[in-house]
Design a protein around this ligand. Structure first.
Ligand SMILES: [Zn+2]
Length: 463
């Protein structure tokens, strides 16, 4: 644990250079993405991989494409407060998952091609990206077909659980990863395979969502609920549907982004993706949060240049630690709407409540119990948002600050702005009472159980 830092860094740097030159597959981490000596223009052009652009790109007006070159640039994709997924979705002609996914997962080529379009930076000296295509032998076309195919299976008529939400979770997860890599005090150093797994998880994590939550599935005895025995019903559905689509009948579907991957890597990747998506079930939120609370924070405070024989053990510890954190970060990205810029956050609240109320109407129609937050006649939007921040979002982000210090300066201030907004609305709309009252909040915005939060507030939570 003690003496490896400098030698480890040097070794890692060598591996990065090897990776750029020899297409070595495995050892790049988030930090490398930021620190890496980037591929230069010549290298990119000389590589044997095709550099396809989604055909949909050329259906957009030139002026729109130029705007997207900025909004989908590496620099913009790592922003938290100033990234506007709704505006980007409009510019992308309703295909945000395809374009945001391409910009992130097909980087640095996608970034290079967009720069070429603007003809702004032909030198391309500092282009950054994940290099997943080369590392895992994925053609650009396959990645694009995968993204398009998955996006098409998101229901655009869902007000909330749709392709915009998936693109938002993907970009938010990416932004978290960049924040983690930028913080030199912490050792959030996921492997490239972990990075690939978590970003693919974000893309597929709600695919095929019917717009009615796990509670509805169980109460209505839906076929999906019967298939998965009321256990993480939709999460299991998303994973299963995605892999069935990706692999096709014989593993050679056009969308199979795993087909060029080393078989051992594929087994690991599938395990990681399954784990990460099951982790988004809000029924598991408090258990998973407890695990993060118990996780010792790992600091980069060892700067000695002596060799350390425990490098391998240390790398393993770091990888295990990093995976636990980034898995939780993806879950937080999934419920981060209230920690976004106010104008964007309010749109998400409107959407999620619209979907809930549609479910409530359906539940009434079918004679099922109406789920928490789903009754349009009794649910207070402001109360629900205040409760959700108090019981879920703020405590989780506060725990994560230890592992991702940027949360303190970039994300929590936005959360407090939104909290104030909803608190003021709540104060305006109801007289305060000292009597015990019940606040229903959406947690992951689905199933319900009861949780005593303090003497005055009972939170009914969804998962
Ligand atoms: Zn989601």
């Amino acid at each position: 644990m003690l003496l490896f830092q400098k030698s480890f860094f040097n070794n890692r740097l060598k591996k990065i250079i090897d990776s750029c030159c020899n297409n070595n597959k495995k050892e790049i981490t988030t930090t490398d993405i930021i620190l890496a000596p980037s591929l230069n223009n010549t290298t990119l052009e000389q590589q044997q991989y095709d550099h396809s652009v989604p055909p949909e790109w050329y259906e957009l007006d030139r002026e729109v494409r130029i705007q997207l070159c900025y909004y989908l640039s590496w620099e913009n994709l790592m922003k938290w407060e100033d990234f506007d997924i709704f505006m980007i979705s409009k510019l992308c002609n309703g295909k945000p998952l395809l374009f945001v996914g391409w910009a992130i997962l097909a980087s640095p080529h996608s970034q290079y091609l967009m720069e070429k379009e603007t003809m702004k930076n032909n030198n391309n000296k500092n282009k950054k990206g994940y290099n997943f295509l080369e590392t895992y032998n994925i053609s650009s076309k396959c990645m694009i077909d995968f993204l398009r195919g998955i996006e098409d299976r998101y229901r655009v008529d869902n007000p909330y659980h749709n392709n915009i939400h998936a693109a938002d979770v993907l970009q938010s997860t990416h932004a978290f990863l960049v924040m983690g890599s930028a913080d030199k005090r912490k050792r959030l150093l996921p492997s490239l395979l972990q990075l690939f797994s978590i970003l693919v998880s974000a893309v597929i994590h709600d695919v095929g969502h019917p717009g009615y939550n796990n509670t509805f599935q169980s109460n209505s005895l839906s076929p999906t609920s019967l298939l998965y025995n009321d256990t993480s019903v939709l999460e299991n559905h998303h994973i299963s549907l995605a892999f069935r689509m990706i692999l096709g009948t014989e593993g050679n579907s056009d969308w199979n982004i795993f087909k060029g991957m080393d078989p051992d890597d594929f087994v690991t990747c599938r395990k990681l993706i399954t784990e990460a998506i099951l982790h988004t079930d809000m029924a598991l939120h408090f258990t998973k949060l407890d695990e993060i609370k118990k996780l010792p924070s790992q600091n980069n405070n060892d700067t000695t240049d002596e060799c350390n024989n425990d490098d391998d053990d240390d790398n393993e510890d770091t990888a295990a630690y990093s995976w636990k954190v980034i898995k939780f970060l993806m879950h937080m990205a999934d419920i981060s709407n209230l920690a976004k810029r106010k104008s964007i956050s309010i749109q998400w609240t409107d959407r999620v409540l619209t979907e809930f109320f549609r479910q409530g109407d359906k539940e009434k129609e079918l004679g099922l119990p109406v789920s928490p937050l789903c009754d349009r006649n009794t649910t207070s939007p402001s109360k629900s948002q205040v409760g959700f921040i108090d019981s879920i979002v703020r405590p989780s982000l506060q725990v994560l600050q230890r592992h991702l210090p940027s949360i303190t300066t970039i994300i929590l201030p936005l959360l407090e702005i939104n909290y104030k907004h909803w608190e003021e609305k709540e104060l305006l709309s109801s007289k305060k009472t000292s009597k015990k009252r019940t606040i229903t909040v959406a947690i992951g915005r689905e199933k319900e159980t009861s949780l005593e939060v303090d003497n005055n507030i009972v939170v009914s939570r969804a998962a």
